[in-house]
Design a protein around this ligand. Sequence first.
Ligand code: GLY
Length: 569
Amino acid sequence: MKKVCNIIWVLICFFISNQLAAQNLDAFNYGIQKQAAVSKGAVVSAHPLASKVGLSILKMGGNAVDAAIATQLALAVVYPGAGNIGGGGFMLAHLMNGKNIAIDYREKAPSKASRDMYLDAKGDAQMKWSQDGHLAAGVPGTIAGLFASHKYGRLPFKKLIAPAILLAEKGFAITANEAAALNRTKKEFESLNFSPVAFVKSTLWKEGDTLVQKQLAGTLKRIRDKGAKGFYEGATADMLVAEMNRGKGLISLQDLKNYNAVEREAVIFDYKGYQIVTMPLPSSGGIILEQMMKMIENRDIAAMQFQTVASVQLMTEVERRAFADRAAFLGDPDFVKVPVKSLVSDAYLRARMSDYVAGKAGSSTLTGAGNIKESEETTHLSIVDKEGNAVSVTTTLNGGYGSRTVVAGAGFLLNNEMDDFSVKPGVPNMYGAVGNEKNAIAPNKRMLSSMTPTIVLQSGKPYLVVGTPGGTTIPTSVFQTIVNVLDFKMTALEAVNQPKFHHQWLPDLIMVEKDFNPATKVALEAMGYKLTMRGNIGRTELIMVNREKGVVSINAVGDKRGDDAAEGY
Ligand code: GLY
């Protein structure tokens, strides 16, 4: 009997290896390609295997939406720190017929959530409760989002999920970055789970070790066989709720059953002859991107040049003003009234910049929110296909590996997205961002996001497909990447890899990467700005599509800051 089992197992392994090989996917021997200069289609994501999965879908006749679905599912396996089925995200697409699609699959607060649930008896915010473990999790949206997106795809869902199942079941070789991140998180995995998890082993992880996720493979198979119900109902839902009960989390069977992804109107605005399509609320990203770009549009930033004192000061001051407005005015539009039109109107933005003085440092004490009378660990992928469809997707578990709690039996990590609510007005969240009542917790409400999947159109066709992880630094990184290309005329590679900086109103300081221009830093400090060096800002995935004389050339770039990889054909 044992012999027969062994033979069957060998045959299964052989079958699986053949399927992976057929997709040109050697999960144990792969490199990281940072750039792809191609003519038909391209995928850029946070992990080389996920980018390869997306490319294989394009090559087998899928469109960019199909590839985006398969890439996200693969990321849920090979990039567990942020790729997910236990989190949420946003898909933005510009289809070949000119239609713009914005799908919101942001997590929701459980129905038992309440405004002060993270305050202790003294009324002090307990950030551990909103960041670690079961109570930090919002109702996951990713699977609902993938099925809502699939309406615009072409291939059967079973085909799109197959590579993820194989990668989970058979395993894959982890990168050095993944090994380091898993080792860093070992203690939390152990303390925030009641059962052993695939992410912990007796010895430390090292590059090339195999990560196998059998329970996750089981969940993905239930989704393959039963659709979204394979996640939101039945065995997976039961396991998720049992996990909640073990750790005093709030997500109920009814919360899962009631979860819905929402198709929303994309934010669309013009900038110097380009049309920018980006994500609406409940992401703050699109609105503040529009504010920032409109506040610089009538100034000759190109003449100021890249990362000079003049250009950094201007961009810092528009970032400050946009983030002050974010804190005051933005929240889930299904729950609170947000004066979106006023916030992006020319008159308002002109008034907002009326106290800007070049050469004089601004201050967040003096610059509050505007006057309106009537509101880090995430991952991004960009895809274009040969038909002219473009997809920009950002998804998140919030912190690295989310709540670090794995649903026992189902093998997937839960988000800690509840921390993106304003846990208490004025108290900073894990990104140091503050908010007020507009982003207060309420049952079934979506927490405000910063994710900014964006597509820049030139003459109505996709020119840039861009986005990044990075919490509150997301909109400012997208802003700077777009300005790098449109104003400073950089190549895609330069635009992504140049040092970034970030100001978010509070705290009142400019965060800069270590390779930020030292002379500019000194001059800004002399002007009165406080600058602080920090680690990497974002991991931008950019695709640039040029159409000179009708000839399409695509340049896809994965950020130098991580394992990000570009594939194309
Ligand atoms: N969790 C990061 C964001 O949604 O902005």
